[in-house]
Design a protein around this ligand. Structure first.
Ligand SMILES: NC(=O)c1ccc[n+]([C@@H]2O[C@H](COP(=O)([O-])OP(=O)(O)OC[C@H]3O[C@@H](n4cnc5c(N)ncnc54)[C@H](OP(=O)(O)O)[C@@H]3O)[C@@H](O)[C@H]2O)c1
Length: 387
């Protein structure tokens, strides 16, 4: 049998895959017969088995699981989510919540701890599945114009790119934030953005923060913004916002790397279905210049280096994989093409539970970035220029 590459994953598959939709009560209720068919295909050199959670309501996955028991390493296993798996809300679709839940169900039915290819069963018109083409900017970075130009120059279709930007605190307030959105889109050169978030909680003027978020809600309702969220919100900021507004933030962008994991923030966000988006995900703030001399670089951590060595990966890749496996979104920054490629090359290895625990245990509880509760009036004096 000749094998071929599965996309750019480095995994080799047989040119024919075994489809298993008809195994189970939908078509063939004879489990032993189905298992015999799967074994015959594997014996013939077919190593690619395709199933889905919905086939015979999960029974196809169970049959495949039984058939590949003891032969798991010989099989490239594909399954899918999206179709309804029972009555009621949140038992279908492409929401992060459902994917995280359903992948566990599929793993249990398949009797394995990994799926080689996890597919969305059909396109979802209402839910974005996170992709690689996600660009994070902010009014305060002063580079929205360049980001827009860069995206246009890339030749990649705008619809394939998720553009995220942030409103700076001096533009908080309802009308001010609506105007700040016009500034942002004017600079970016796009009439809409995919994710619009508040850069800081600014607790010393929180009423303006609430009004700013209400403006985000209005832009979201108008369809000019695909999702709205917050940044640097601690649990008490989140609670105050939730008490005063209607739309739950899609994400909370916070400092999050192995030396500062903010478990309280992660817990509060998870409780409300807010996605954690890690800034400084590979610990940039622990080593890039300008943030104090007593810092210890996460990159040099011996535990991370040991784990990286064991997997033949770099410390940055281990940290990014840790975020991926723990369900966070991460936005690593690099200006170096080699490192940009390196930072996306994290989908061909899996950290063990022990690795994950060891990484979690590195938390020092020490924040490197600015304290979100700190009052600093100079932030409000900063003027974000017109487009
Ligand atoms: N919401 C907020 O308040 C907030 C605050 C800070 C940052 N952010 C966002 O988060 C993004 C990322 O955070 P960050 O820039 O603070 O930290 P980071 O992404 O954790 O680290 C960036 C640093 O790591 C270096 N680097 C990148 N890839 C590497 C690799 N594979 N091996 C070794 N070094 C590598 C980069 O240098 P090179 O460029 O030379 O590769 C840079 O010095 C920012 O760009 C920004 O969009 C948000």
């Amino acid at each position: 049998m000749e094998y071929r590459q599965l996309g750019r994953t480095g995994v080799e598959v047989s040119p024919l895959a075994l489809g298993t939709m008809m195994f189970g009560p939908w078509a063939n209720a004879d489990v032993e017969d189905s298992i015999r068919i799967i074994h015959r295909a594997l014996d013939a050199g077919i190593n690619f088995v395709d199933t889905a959670d919905a086939y015979s309501d999960g029974i196809s996955e169970e049959i495949v699981g039984k058939a590949i028991k003891g032969r798991r390493d010989d099989v490239v296993l594909a399954t899918k989510f999206f179709m309804p798996m029972g009555e009621g809300p949140n038992r279908s679709g492409g929401s992060r919540r459902w994917i995280m839940q359903e992948v566990e169900n599929s793993l249990r039915r398949l009797g394995t701890d990994r799926i080689d290819l996890y597919q969305v069963h059909r396109p979802s018109p209402t839910t974005d599945v996170e992709g690689y083409r996600h660009i994070d900017t902010a009014a305060a970075y002063g580079n929205e114009r360049e980001v827009g130009e860069g995206i246009r120059a890339s030749g990649v279709d705008r619809d394939e790119i998720v553009v995220e930007t942030k409103i700076w605190v001096s533009d908080y307030g309802y009308d001010e934030t609506l105007h700040a959105f016009e500034k942002a889109t004017g600079k970016l050169g796009f009439d809409r953005v995919d994710v619009l978030i508040l850069h800081q909680p600014a607790p010393d003027r929180f009423e303006r923060t609430v009004q700013a978020y209400k403006a985000l809600e209005a832009l979201y309702a108008d369809g000019r913004v695909g999702a709205i969220g917050v940044s640097n919100f601690m649990p008490h900021h989140l609670q105050s916002l939730l008490d005063a507004t209607d739309v739950i933030p899609a994400l909370n962008q916070v400092e999050l790397h192995p030396y500062f994991t903010q478990p309280d923030v992660q817990r509060a966000d998870a409780e409300h279905g807010v996605l954690d988006q890690a800034w400084s995900p590979i610990g940039g703030i622990t080593f890039y210049p300008g943030w104090g001399d007593e810092r210890v670089s996460v990159m040099d951590d011996p535990t991370i280096r040991t784990i990286a060595q064991a997997h033949g990966k770099t410390p940055a890749q281990v940290m990014l994989r840790w975020h991926v496996q723990q369900g966070r979104n991460a936005i690593p920054k690099s200006t170096n093409p080699g490192r940009i490629a390196e930072n996306f090359d994290v989908f061909d290895f899996v950290l063990s539970e022990d690795d994950l625990r060891a990484l979690d245990a590195l938390d020092t509880g020490r924040r490197n970035g600015p304290d979100p509760d700190g009052a600093d009036t100079s932030r409000f004096e900063r003027v974000i220029p017109e487009a």
